[in-house]
Design a protein around this ligand. Structure first.
Ligand code: PMP
Length: 428
């Protein structure tokens, strides 16, 4: 198969293929792109509301994986044979798609990792170890996912630095004034979640970045949840690092992106050593490759990276504003009904919340709700959502979280709300 024939064999989305669908949103057609939505759970149609944990994958992504393994598979970058060339071109085509997707200036600023967690660990271990010293401060917020807490705790402990935490109010709103008070010339980095996975609240990230830069601190944006919902332009944001993952953007698991400004990346030490990240290896010493390859030691997750491009193109073809409007309408619909259930409290119930309905019910354990909803085919997540400090702030062990995606429907919102009403009546 020539390069051309492999690339022409790559699937495109049904949406891209349809001109008439441009800028319109037909959820039934969208659902037809996601084979898993046809399955049943416990004899009931699947209602998948765990999209903040991971999204389902369209046929375009699944087919891209199959096409890669059936028509192309080879190791990348080092080979001179045709398959190696084609695989390298497909891998690098995703880097270009990812660059475009988040608005980076250059593909040299896009590093492939295993996921958001590894992207953050890379920054903490490489940039953090070099730049964080005794007495320095790292600013996080109460909203952070454990993967944006623990890597910083590790480097802070090693270096004798201090972690400062921006509080949230009773509604889960980021306390911007308190953040400004925490900022000082001791602040080395501010690492903040863009959209909270536990609550769906959106942080004033532009203001945060501007203020942090004002004291000479860098900013990492944890975009695990925002990349799928919001238009991201890292150049406009002027963030120093942006981390996200394919599996929450309708792409495969095991692929993450770390964006970093080239000026920072070019001075950063490698994260892991091995093949690919070197220029020359001698027993007397090794010189390193340029970014992004310096940070991609060993054989990467080639097939999943290649298939990630299909996910990016799928989302781009529909358009995030269209998807967001659909999800906002669903969230408003379901929130209104759930709020009427006796004993329900929605957390993070502030304007602009995205894609997430996180709630507690007086006297009812979230896990019991989750199990009974699963009996109805409804998949929600219950527990601390890897945000134990946030749950601690609210004095609760966890919440029940329904999180939305482009393929969810108004009928599903009604079914979920009705099922929840019944479940709460049974358990109260
Ligand atoms: N940060 C946030 C806000 C998340 O929602 C998640 C995933 N739940 C992560 C980080 C970790 O992401 P990954 O699964 O890509 O490692």
């Amino acid at each position: 198969m020539s390069t051309d024939s492999y690339h022409s064999a790559l699937p495109t989305t049904s949406i891209m293929a349809s001109e008439e669908n441009h800028n319109t949103f037909d959820v039934r057609r969208i659902r037809a792109d996601f084979p898993i939505l046809q399955r049943t759970v416990k004899g009931k149609p699947l209602v998948y509301l765990d999209n903040a944990a991971t999204t389902q994958k369209p046929t375009a992504v699944i087919d891209a994986l199959t096409a890669y393994y059936t028509g192309c598979n080879a190791n990348i970058h080092r080979g001179i044979h045709t398959l190696a060339d084609e695989a390298t071109a497909a891998f690098e085509a995703t880097r270009e798609a990812a660059r475009r997707f988040i608005g980076a200036a250059s593909t040299e600023e896009i590093i492939f990792t295993r996921g958001t967690t590894e992207s953050i660990n890379l920054v903490a271990a490489s940039w953090g170890r070099e730049h964080i010293r005794e007495g320095d401060e790292i600013i996080l917020s109460t909203l952070e996912h454990h993967s944006n807490i623990v890597p910083w705790q590790m480097v802070a402990e090693e270096r004798g630095a201090r972690i400062r935490v921006v509080p949230v109010d009773e509604d889960g709103a980021f306390q911007y004034e308190a953040f400004l008070k925490l900022l000082s010339t001791r602040t080395r980095i501010v690492s903040i979640v863009h959209v909270s996975n536990a609550l769906g609240v959106v942080q004033p990230i532009e203001d945060i970045i501007r203020a942090a830069h004002g004291v000479g601190a860098l900013v990492l944006v944890d975009g695990a949840q925002s990349a799928v919902h919001l238009d991201i332009d890292v150049q406009r944001l002027d963030c120093d690092f942006f981390a996200c993952a394919a599996h929450k953007i309708y792409g495969p698991t095991g692929v993450g992106i770390l964006y970093a400004k080239h000026s920072i990346l070019s001075t950063m030490a490698p994260y892991q050593g091995g093949g690919e990240m070197i220029r020359e290896v001698r027993f007397t010493g090794t010189t390193y490759n340029d970014p992004p390859f310096r940070f991609e030691a060993g054989t990467p997750n080639i097939a999943d990276v290649v298939a990630f491009r299909a996910a990016i193109e799928y989302v781009e073809a529909i358009g995030k504003p269209v998807i967001r409007a659909h999800e906002e309408a669903l969230l408003a619909q379901v929130s209104e009904r759930v709020l009427k259930i006796p004993g329900v409290r929605i957390l993070g119930d502030i304007p602009g919340r995205i894609g997430v309905l996180s709630f507690t019910v007086d006297g009812v354990h979230p896990q019991d709700i989750g199990i009974l909803l699963d009996n109805q085919g409804v998949a929600v997540r219950t527990g601390h959502h890897c945000t134990q400090p946030l749950m601690h702030r609210f004095g609760i062990a966890g919440t029940t979280r329904a999180s939305l995606a482009l393929y969810n429907t108004s009928e599903e919102m009604d079914f979920f709300a009705t099922s929840l009403e019944k479940v709460v009546r049974m358990l109260s």
